[in-house]
Design a protein around this ligand. Structure first.
Ligand SMILES: Nc1nc2c(ncn2[C@@H]2O[C@H](COP(=O)(O)OP(=O)(O)O)[C@@H](O)[C@H]2O)c(=O)[nH]1
Ligand SMILES: [Mg+2]
Length: 336
């Protein structure tokens, strides 16, 4: 595609491709239309987007009329996205999904020795360094099947954690059932930060996943992990962890952050120190201009200058709106 789509556009496209409800589709298409580079080479794409948006809006109105306030099964599992990304846990009963969410967040998860202690989606906020990342605990899948509505949560996730139990005899089975659930629903698991979509919109949607091998503290877990990796092979990234001891959890969060393909930048007011409390999260490759949009939507186009600290620039260097940001930059935006 010769339209030079920006990282912000790519992100919106990703949302569109994984959107399930008509309202999500409309929101993503509106964003894509706003962000699509406006030049000759993209005219055809712009026209296509407008046509898709028109159709999506019509579908949305129709489906709202049909539903007239009714709640679908998806509502139990649909959690508003917060933080740098939404990470949803997927796996068989008893593998330790709730324990992982419990170990990393303040969420009130239910942990039990018997299966099915988790009934709905339970969100909690975890961190990688100072980056807040949302984890969503889910009920288990059973024999490779999910309850109605759960697939929607998996589709909406930025990253899926496929959790398996290193102490379970059915380890391989747990893993294969999780994978099959995804491929049965036209999701193509990958462990790469940058997704490549097929031109064909009916094709399987790439979904970022990380395989989390839990209960690494149990006897023989290292051997089980080595055997597991050797047997299933493949390109998916696998990380051994223990929700009980906390081993491997920071490495898991670091891998999640990598897969999210985002950067954190700090805003700074002139003459004041940077606000390190709440970093702004942007897709990798985002520019000063993209950040201005996030900080101040109405004033963004009026940005006069910006100064930047950290990364490859000289401290306090003045940069253009097109300057590409890097992780941990401190940015001073000047509006008139
Ligand atoms: N030894 C050990 N036990 C764990 C670990 N994580 C979870 N468990 C236990 O495994 C059982 C199921 O955990 P739970 O989090 O409810 O699993 P879920 O059904 O996948 O949510 C509980 O008895 C937990 O205490 C771990 O890392 N090590
Ligand atoms: Mg649970």
């Amino acid at each position: 595609m010769a339209i030079n789509a920006t990282p912000m556009y790519a992100k919106a496209e990703e949302r569109y491709r994984s959107a399930h409800s008509p309202a999500e589709k409309v929101a993503a298409l509106e964003e894509m239309l706003r962000l699509v580079p406006k030049h000759k080479a993209s005219e055809k794409l712009q026209a296509q987007l407008k046509e898709k948006l028109k159709n999506a809006r019509e579908t949305m109105v129709k489906s709202q009329a049909a539903k007239s306030g009714g709640h679908g099964p998806g509502d139990l599992f649909s959690i508003p996205r917060q933080g740098a990304g939404q990470i949803v846990l997927l796996g068989a009963p008893n593998v330790g999904k709730s324990s992982i969410v419990g170990a990393l967040t303040a969420a009130k998860v239910e942990i039990a020795e018997f299966p099915f202690s988790t009934h709905a989606a339970v969100p909690g906020m975890a961190r990688h360094e100072d980056v807040p990342i949302q984890l969503v605990d889910m009920p288990p899948i059973m024999d490779g099947h999910a309850q109605p509505g759960m697939m929607q949560a998996y589709r909406a996730a930025d990253v899926l954690l496929i959790v398996v139990d290193l102490a379970a005899i059915e380890l391989i089975d747990q893993y294969e059932q999780s994978l099959k659930l995804l491929t049965d629903h036209q999701l193509r698991p990958v462990s790469m930060p940058v997704l490549e979509f097929d031109e064909d919109e009916e094709a399987a949607i790439p979904k970022r996943v990380l395989v989390v091998a839990n209960k690494f503290d149990t006897p023989g877990a290292q051997d089980n992990f080595d055997g597991f990796k050797e047997l299933v092979g493949g390109d998916l990234r696998m990380i051994p962890v223990s929700a009980t001891t906390g081993d491997g959890l920071p490495a898991m969060m670091a891998a999640v952050f990598e897969l999210l393909n985002v950067i954190r930048v700090y805003a700074k007011k002139p003459g004041k120190p940077a606000d390190k409390e709440s970093p702004f999260i942007l897709p990798t490759g985002a520019t000063i201009h993209d950040m201005a949009h996030l900080v101040h939507r109405e004033l963004a186009e009026k940005l006069t200058t910006a100064r930047i600290w950290g990364g490859t620039v000289h401290d306090g260097q003045q940069v253009h709106a097109t300057h590409v940001l890097t992780d941990k930059n401190v940015v001073e935006l000047h509006f008139p």
